[in-house]
Design a protein around this ligand. Structure first.
Ligand code: SAM
Ligand code: ZN
Length: 258
């Protein structure tokens, strides 16, 4: 699936166009990037690679999303991202769950730093590209009719740069109510309450936003996956504390134009 994405990507070293060259991808200036056996390509800028999600976190996320609990988020994101041509890019895409649903015939590009996430996204048939979301993205200016950022790092200037005129940037963030019952009863790492203000400062006012909120009934296995896929994975023994629970899904879906 990488071939279809090449017209939208650029060399992380010099910004030149990319083309396929056997099992590698090359820029006009001769920088070369191997396509991994699993089908993704790293277009990481020189320097330290951010860690990203571990194999266990990615597997837990795939299981939790596969069970359909965040379907309401996927639907809202796909509806907001609809229309236009070119490509749809998700930054910090993980398994690529949201961009796969939102692409609707357009080229779907999943950006992440985690090799485990990139493998999954490539296996799902997406153009999976390794990069650092906090630095210049390996995507050309103004090519994405939609850019998605779901529970992921947001580098406002870069998200806007890759957005096509008339395109939409769709940003999903948790509200303080998100999973609140689980957070307090299991002492999970809490949502940063200052996030909305920080987001507003970086991106300005959204053109519109909606609250997606519903009750979730989770099995013990769902709760185990939820802990294992998130920031609590390193602090909490998911197997020891997981139990069936009812909780609240509560996220803000904000849409910004260019
Ligand atoms: C909370 S997960 C969300 C994944 C996906 N958007 C979803 O909601 O299913 C955050 C993702 O961002 C990735 N990530 C973290 N830091 C990153 C960075 N600096 N550059 C690129 N990806 C990063 C992680 O590897 C992980 O897949
Ligand atoms: Zn180059």
């Amino acid at each position: 699936m990488l071939a279809g994405a090449l017209p939208y990507l650029r060399c992380p070293h010099c910004g030149a166009a990319l083309h396929a060259a056997g099992s590698a991808i090359r820029c006009e200036a001769g920088h070369s990037f191997d396509v991994a056996r699993q089908g993704y390509v790293d277009l990481m800028p020189p320097g330290r690679r951010p860690a990203g999600d571990t194999a266990e976190m990615v597997a837990a996320r795939a299981a939790f999303l596969g069970a359909g609990h965040y379907e309401a988020i996927a639907e809202a994101v796909a509806a907001e991202a609809a229309g236009g041509d070119g490509c749809v890019v998700e930054v910090g895409a993980g398994t690529g769950h949201y961009v796969e649903r939102a692409a609707a015939g357009r080229v779907a590009i999943a950006l992440d730093t985690s090799r485990y996430a990139l493998r999954r996204a490539a296996r799902a048939g997406l153009a999976a590209v390794g990069c650092d979301a906090w630095r210049a993205l390996p995507v050309r200016d103004g090519v994405a009719s939609a850019v998605l950022c779901v529970f992921a790092p947001r580098h406002a200037d870069e998200l806007r740069r890759i957005l096509a005129p008339g395109g939409r940037l769709v940003v999903v963030t948790p509200t303080p109510r998100h999973l609140a019952e689980l957070v307090s009863s299991l002492e999970l790492v809490t949502v940063d309450a200052r996030k909305p203000q920080r987001l507003a400062r970086a991106l300005g006012e959204p053109d519109r936003e909606q609250l997606v909120e519903e009750r979730l009934e989770l099995s013990r296995e769902d709760v185990r996956a939820l802990i294992a896929m998130g920031p609590s994975a390193r602090h909490v023994d998911a197997d020891a504390v997981a139990r069936a629970a009812e909780t609240t899904l509560s996220v803000r879906v904000a849409v910004y134009g260019r």
